[in-house]
Ligand binder design. Structure first.
Ligand code: CA
Length: 520
C-alpha cells in the first residue's frame, strides 16, 4: 500500500512527467502523422498502365504501388484538362467554384482556400516540384521548384523561390526526381512533409528520354475497336479536332522532317542529345518518305508512331517513380510515407480515332489513381466506387489529420480505402462533369453530364444542342447514343433528375440555366 508520503511523491513525479511529456506531445503527435507524396503526371492514360490491364506497357513501379496499396478503378475528373484538374486538386472544388475553367491564360486565384494552406496550418511542411501550369506561383507551399507553363522535356527551365528561372541540362523527369529528393534531404525533419511531384510526362509532344527511344519499336499495337469510329448520332464527337488522322502533326508531334536548328522544341537539344535523338528520328523520316503511305495505311502508321513515342515517354516517368520509391526505402522513409500516383486526367490512345482528352467519354473521364499507405491500406485493395478529383484534397487532409474546410465540395474517401465494400461506407452513386474549353484548341463543344455505375447522360452546348445517353453495360465503348430511343424514357427522366440535383448540390448556376433552356 502507498503511504500518503509516497502518494505525494508519486503525484509530484506524475505532474512533472505530464508537464514534460505535455510539452513534447505535439512533436510526437506530428511525427506520427505520415509524410505524403503526390506524384502527379500529365495526360497519362489508365489504359497505358499495367495495373489497369495494359499487357504491353512497362510500368513496374506504378504497378508496384498498386500492388502494395490500393487502386481506384473509377476515379473520375470533373473537367478533363490540365490546369483545371490542378486547380481542383488544390481547392477540392469544381471549376465553376474555383474560377479555373480553361487552359487559357487565366491566372489561378491563389487567395482562395487551398488544401496546401490547411496542411501548412496543421504543421506540415509543403513543397511543389515540377509541372504546375496554373499561370501563378505556388501558394501555401514552403518550397517550390516548378516548370514555367508546360515546361520542356529536354534542358528545361525551372522557377525556384522567390521567382528565379534557371535552365538545367538533362531530361525533365530525371530533374524533377532530383529536385524532389533534394527537398526531402533538406527538409525540416521536425515536421511531416507533403510533396507534389508534378511530372510533365506524358503530355504532348511525347519526347522520350534518349535511352527510351525505340523501346516499343518491336510492337505492332492493336487498333482500338473504335479507331475508325464514324461518330454516328454524336454531333460533338463528329465536330472535334483531335484526331490522329487530321489533327496530329507530322513534324511537331511525330518528329518527321524536324528542322533541328529552327523548330523550337527540338533546337533545345544540345549537340550530344541532338546526335542520338536526330539519329533515331531520321530513320523514321526516311521510312515515312520512302513508303509514301496514304489513306488507312498512313493513319495507322501515325497511330503506331504515336503509341511508340507515348509509351517510351512513360518509361522514364515510371522509372523515376521507381527511383523515388527506392530513395524512400534507402532513407527508411517508406513506412511512414503515403505515396499517391495519379494523372491529371485520362487520355485517348486511338479510341474513337483520337489523342487528347476533354470529352465525358470513359478514356478521358477516368484517370489513374493508386495509393500506398503502409499499415493503413491493405495491399491489393481495389476501390470501384465513383471517386472524383474534388475528393483528393479532403482525402489528403484526412490522412494528415488536418481540418477539412467546410467549403470543399469533395469528400474524403479514406474510409473506402480502409474498409472493404461490404462495410457499406455511404458513397456517391452519381458523379457530375462539366467541360468548358471551346473552340480552341480542339473544337470540343462544352458539355455537362452525369455518370452512374451503369449509365451516362450528357448535354453538349455552345452552338449545338445535343443530348447523349449511353448504357455502359451493353455499350462500354460508347458508340451507340441511345438518347430518345424506345425504352429509354424512364432512365432518361431519372438521369435528368439526378443531373439537375447535382448542379444544385454543386452550385453550378450557369449549367442550371443552360439545362433549363435546353431542348428536352
Ligand atoms: Ca493533362
Amino acid at each position: 500500500m502507498m503511504t500518503s508520503f509516497s502518494i505525494r511523491r508519486f503525484l509530484t513525479f506524475y505532474t512533472l512527467a505530464c508537464l514534460l511529456l505535455g510539452c513534447l506531445y505535439p512533436v510526437f503527435a506530428q511525427e506520427s502523422r505520415p509524410n505524403i507524396i503526390f506524384i502527379f503526371s500529365d495526360d497519362h492514360a489508365y489504359q497505358a498502365i499495367g495495373a489497369y490491364g495494359n499487357k504491353i506497357a512497362k510500368t513496374p513501379n506504378i504497378d508496384r504501388l498498386a500492388r502494395e496499396g490500393a487502386i481506384l478503378t473509377n476515379n473520375l475528373v470533373t473537367n478533363s484538362i490540365c490546369g483545371p484538374s490542378r486547380a481542383t486538386l488544390l481547392t477540392g472544388k469544381y471549376s465553376h467554384m474555383n474560377g479555373y475553367r480553361n487552359n487559357d491564360r487565366t491566372r489561378f486565384d491563389t487567395t482562395q482556400t487551398l488544401f496546401s494552406k490547411e496542411l501548412r496550418k496543421s504543421g506540415y511542411q509543403t513543397a511543389w516540384v515540377g509541372k504546375m501550369h496554373l499561370n501563378s506561383l505556388p501558394a501555401g507551399f514552403d518550397y517550390w521548384n516548378v516548370l514555367p507553363d508546360q515546361g520542356f522535356y529536354y534542358n528545361p527551365q525551372f522557377i525556384s523561390q522567390p521567382n528565379d528561372t534557371t535552365k538545367y541540362t538533362g531530361y525533365v523527369s530525371d530533374l524533377i526526381t532530383k529536385f524532389s529528393t533534394d527537398f526531402i534531404e533538406k527538409r525540416d525533419i521536425s515536421k511531416p512533409f507533403f510533396l507534389i511531384v508534378g511530372h510533365k510526362a506524358t503530355h504532348r509532344e511525347w519526347m522520350p528520354d534518349l535511352q527510351d527511344l525505340g523501346a516499343y519499336d518491336h510492337i505492332n499495337f492493336p487498333l482500338p475497336a473504335t479507331f475508325y469510329d464514324d461518330y454516328k448520332g454524336r454531333e460533338a464527337a463528329l465536330k472535334q479536332d483531335m484526331s490522329i488522322d487530321k489533327t496530329m502533326r507530322l513534324k511537331l508531334d511525330l518528329k518527321v522532317g524536324v528542322d533541328y536548328d529552327k523548330d523550337y522544341l527540338y533546337k533545345r537539344l544540345n549537340p550530344e542529345q541532338r546526335k542520338v535523338f536526330k539519329g533515331y528520328y531520321d530513320k523514321i523520316t526516311k521510312d515515312y518518305e520512302d513508303q509514301k503511305r496514304t489513306g488507312k495505311a498512313l493513319v495507322e502508321w501515325k497511330y503506331q508512331r504515336y503509341m511508340k513515342d507515348y509509351l517510351a515517354t512513360a518509361n522514364s516517368l515510371d522509372r523515376n517513380i521507381g527511383k523515388l520509391l527506392d530513395y524512400l526505402d534507402q532513407k527508411g522513409l517508406a513506412k511512414n510515407t503515403v505515396v499517391i500516383y495519379a494523372s491529371d486526367q485520362g487520355f485517348y490512345l486511338g479510341e474513337h480515332g483520337w489523342f487528347d482528352k476533354r470529352f465525358i467519354y470513359e478514356e478521358s473521364l477516368k484517370t489513374p489513381f493508386v495509393i500506398r499507405y503502409p499499415g493503413v491500406v491493405k495491399p491489393g485493395t481495389k476501390v470501384s466506387d465513383l471517386i472524383a478529383n474534388i475528393d483528393w484534397a479532403p482525402t489528403i487532409l484526412n490522412i494528415a489529420r488536418a481540418k477539412i474546410p467546410s467549403d470543399i465540395q469533395g469528400k474524403s474517401f479514406l474510409p473506402l480505402l480502409k474498409s472493404p465494400r461490404e462495410a457499406k461506407v455511404p458513397w456517391r452513386k452519381e458523379a457530375y462533369y462539366h467541360y468548358y474549353e471551346f473552340p480552341e484548341p480542339h473544337h470540343v463543344h462544352p458539355h455537362f453530364g452525369v455518370r452512374t455505375s451503369r449509365y451516362k447522360l450528357a448535354y453538349f452546348y455552345g452552338g449545338i444542342s445535343s443530348w447523349e445517353l449511353y448504357d455502359l453495360e451493353t455499350d462500354p465503348t460508347e458508340i451507340s447514343n441511345i438518347y430518345g430511343k424506345a425504352g429509354t424514357a424512364t432512365i432518361t427522366a431519372d438521369l435528368r433528375k439526378k443531373l439537375e440535383s447535382l448542379m444544385v448540390q454543386y452550385k453550378d448556376e450557369e449549367a442550371i440555366k443552360i439545362f433549363t433552356a435546353a431542348k428536352k
